[in-house]
Write a protein that binds this ligand. Structure first.
Ligand SMILES: [Zn+2]
Length: 281
């Protein structure tokens, strides 16, 4: 996409998020999604859980040093606050890839009470019994809702997923599985590390520029660039046919909000994960 073309689209995109707390758990949300009936969604803040530092306190990922019973308790706390049943949860099994899985009520509990899904960084469903869940600690999220076909999608997207266009794959999964028209889909990203805080090698920045055809980074220290994950997120949604006025970019930086958000990079490795979730109601 040409730079000028993107800038014209960007002027029509929604920017920003709303933040609210329920039962001691904080949620970042896109206004364009939260005002729609028939849908719950959000991206959790880190407070209100039972995990000790460095996972303090609402760590929502299994498989780290944090005890499994802590994470299970945290998910119970999350479910109560988000108003979704624990039994409805179905979580991605991320590998920093671009695979999207379509799930149904038969997959409720995958990664919780029953076997995890095969590796996948994105999930779609049209089944109101399922709560789709993703994990994040700097990496971006995609939330998609088609209010016409009543279908939803969620994805985890670090730089690898972003470069591989998992956001575009997510839209295509909704088109292929549920007959969605991209023009009907309302989309948002989630909190992620921002350009000012995300230093990468110049070669990786050049890969993004070559892939998406426009500037996704700013010059940093010698040999370094500051990569913006939100521009490629928006570009791939636009390429997939989402209307710019149906896209929200939250501009909530995980690195800069230590009270609210875990950041893998700020913590230099060991930290908890936030969860994104979306559910038809
Ligand atoms: Zn930042």
């Amino acid at each position: 996409m040409r730079q000028a073309e993107y800038e014209a689209f960007a002027a029509r995109i929604h920017h920003g998020y709303e933040y609210g707390e329920n039962d001691g758990v904080g949620f970042f949300r896109a206004v364009a999604l939260s005002k729609l009936p028939g849908l719950l969604h959000g991206f959790t803040a880190r407070m209100g859980g039972v995990s000790a530092p460095p996972f303090d306190s609402l760590n929502l990922t299994f498989g780290k040093v944090d005890a499994r019973e802590n994470v299970e308790r945290n998910f119970e706390i999350f479910c109560k606050a988000a108003n979704v049943p624990y039994e409805s949860l179905c979580i991605i099994n991320f590998e920093h890839g671009t695979h999207v899985a379509a799930v149904t009520h038969a997959d409720c509990g995958r990664g919780f009470s029953i076997e995890a899904l095969p590796p996948c960084d994105g999930l779609v469903t049209n089944d109101p019994e399922v709560t789709l869940v993703s994990s994040h600690a700097d990496c971006g999220a995609f939330f998609l809702y088609d209010p016409v076909r009543r279908a939803i999608g969620i994805a985890h997207a670090g730089w690898k997923g972003m470069l591989g266009r998992i956001g575009k794959n997510l839209v295509e999964a909704m088109v292929n599985n549920y007959g969605s028209n991209p023009g009907d889909i309302i989309a948002s990203n989630g909190p992620c590390i921002c350009r000012d805080c995300y230093e990468v090698d110049a070669t990786l920045a050049a890969q993004f520029e070559a892939e998406f055809g426009l500037d996704c980074s700013a010059q940093g220290k010698p040999g370094k660039h500051q990569l913006d994950l939100e521009i490629p997120a928006a570009v791939q949604l636009l390429e997939a046919g989402i209307l710019p006025e149906h896209i929200t970019l939250m501009h909530a930086c995980t690195f800069e909000l230590p009270e609210f958000l875990f950041s893998h990079r700020r913590a230099r490795g060991t930290t908890g994960d936030m969860a994104g979730f979306i559910k038809l109601v």
